[in-house]
Design a protein around this ligand. Structure first.
Ligand SMILES: CC(C)(COP(=O)(O)OP(=O)(O)OC[C@H]1O[C@@H](n2cnc3c(N)ncnc32)[C@H](O)[C@@H]1OP(=O)(O)O)[C@@H](O)C(=O)NCCC(=O)NCCS
Length: 443
């Protein structure tokens, strides 16, 4: 085969590696807490998930796994003709139930450790072992008695031994946690896996909390997948009267909790998606839902009070010819199209989204104050603008730029002909500026 006739598989492979490389580099050395339910271990796809986990570990991500055990506990209780009772939506773990909890968690831990001991399938370096550490890293206390109900062996996280976990991660081991905890009095408590995962991510100051969800992904009222939410949007969604099932109420609650307490990113991925974990971590657009604290801090829709601040930011760039001139009156009229980032009492970044006909929209006036550049602010703004566009049902973004085409190309935009612009926008094209047209399709 000559150099120019690579088949599609080879081309796809090359494109995938190119796309993944910056993410591999970015995640190297980061700490990720990954939670999955006991359902994952029962499923025939578990070997694929284990292999993806092993792959992530070999790429230098410091990984803490937290597994649930609900189906296995229920199975054991059934065998014993016993049941976990729920009172006020909280589990009551009596002696029988605790025996099932211990039994299920113990055998699941052994099963997961065994599968991880296989290491990375098809690795060219046989014997490259993945070390797994499990132990008494979760310190628990009893939930106690509420409204006269004794919740017995149901517990809550009291503390996570973050130092102990970090020592294992520093030694190159993956840490595996079950949904049980131990008290300083030597008792065992039944915990929720999500609570353990959230508390661990917070205690470790993890870069990410990733939850593999059993149900279907959340969709907005137009039946589109919700791909990204700021902390504020997640809080609004949870408080809205929209019907969310109990699983999503729990997921959103934990994601919000971890975001508020220092874990900037929580990813919620449908567990049934083959390779979902890899797609979420190593592709630009991911596949799951991201709840992010970053875009919340200071980034918000502009209001009329921001007009002065935006003008101070963009006027020097207009004078340099980088941005098209906008009058104060025009800005006031169009303020609803703008997003701004406010820091230290001033507007340090802005961007605008102008919807056009035919499901397209223009990104314009993207600017970051020179002293605040190179810290990812424009990238966060672009993500927020894309999310706003998705929510508005927009399918294609375009931008006209004279000096920033590479910045957009590095973020998934492609050069396009003037003819690909919506007709009305094309008629307003300024031939003297000779701006380049770049477009990006969005889901
Ligand atoms: C382009 C701009 C918005 C980027 O803001 P930012 O917050 O620094 O962006 P990010 O932190 O997300 O990205 C920084 C990266 O983009 C690169 N970059 C900045 N300007 C660039 C350009 N014109 N072309 C290509 N890459 C550029 C930086 O070098 C940096 O990459 P590096 O760290 O690998 O060197 C900012 O430089 C700016 O306001 N420029 C003037 C206005 C403008 O050109 N707007 C676009 C017109 S629509």
């Amino acid at each position: 085969m000559t150099r120019n006739t690579k088949n599609h598989t080879e081309q796809d492979f090359v494109a995938s590696i190119r796309q993944a490389a910056p993410y591999v580099q970015a995640h190297h050395g980061s700490t990720v807490v990954l939670m999955f339910g006991g359902e994952a271990v029962e499923d025939e796809s578990f070997d694929c998930l284990v292999n993806d986990i092993a792959l992530i570990q070999t790429l230098g991500i410091r990984l803490v796994l937290v597994h649930g055990a609900r189906p296995q506990i229920e199975q054991r209780l059934k065998q014993r003709k016993a049941a976990i009772h729920y009172i006020n939506a909280l589990r009551v773990t009596d002696d029988d139930a605790l025996a099932a909890v211990r039994d299920a968690n113990g055998s699941l831990r052994v099963e997961i450790e065994a599968r991880l001991s296989m290491g990375l399938v098809n690795a060219p370096t046989p014997g490259a072992r993945i070390g797994v550490a499990s132990g008494n890293f979760v310190i628990a206390r009893p939930l106690g008695i509420h409204n006269g109900v004794d919740y017995c062996h149901t517990g809550e996280v009291r503390r996570i031994d973050a130092d102990g976990i970090h020592q294992q991660l520093d030694a190159g081991r993956m840490v595996l946690l079950s949904s049980i905890g131990y008290s300083p009095t030597g008792e065992v408590f039944n915990l929720s896996a999500e609570e353990v995962a959230t508390a661990t991510a917070i205690a470790l100051h993890a870069d990410k909390l990733v939850i593999l969800v059993e149900g279907k992904s959340l969709r907005n009222t137009r039946r589109q997948l919700i791909r990204q939410l700021s902390l504020l949007e997640a809080e609004q969604l949870l408080q809205s009267r929209r019907k969310l099932n109990s699983e999503w109420i729990r997921h959103l609650g934990h994601a919000i909790d971890s975001c508020r307490r220092g874990v900037n990113r929580t990813h919620l991925i449908e567990r049934s998606t083959d390779g979902g974990l890899l797609l979420e971590l190593f592709t630009r657009d991911g596949i799951g839902m991201l709840i992010s604290a970053e875009s919340y801090e200071g980034l918000r829709p502009a209001s009329i009070d921001d007009v002065g601040g935006i003008l101070r930011l963009i006027e020097p760039l207009e004078e340099q010819g980088v941005l098209v001139k906008r009058s104060r009156e025009r800005l006031e009229m169009e303020i609803n199209h703008f997003l701004v980032v406010r820091r230290d009492g001033m507007i340090v970044a802005c961007a605008a989204l102008y919807p056009c006909e035919g499901g397209a929209a223009e990104i314009a006036c993207l600017a970051v104050h020179p002293e605040y550049r190179k810290q990812g602010r424009a990238s966060s703004l672009l993500t927020a603008v894309e999310s706003k566009a998705r929510q508005a049902g927009i399918r294609q973004l375009f931008v006209l730029t004279t000096q920033t085409s590479h910045w957009f190309r590095e973020r998934g935009f492609h050069s396009a002909e003037l003819a690909s612009l919506p007709v009305k926008r094309r008629s307003l094209y300024n031939y003297q500026r000779k701006s380049r047209v770049l477009i990006k399709a969005i889901e």
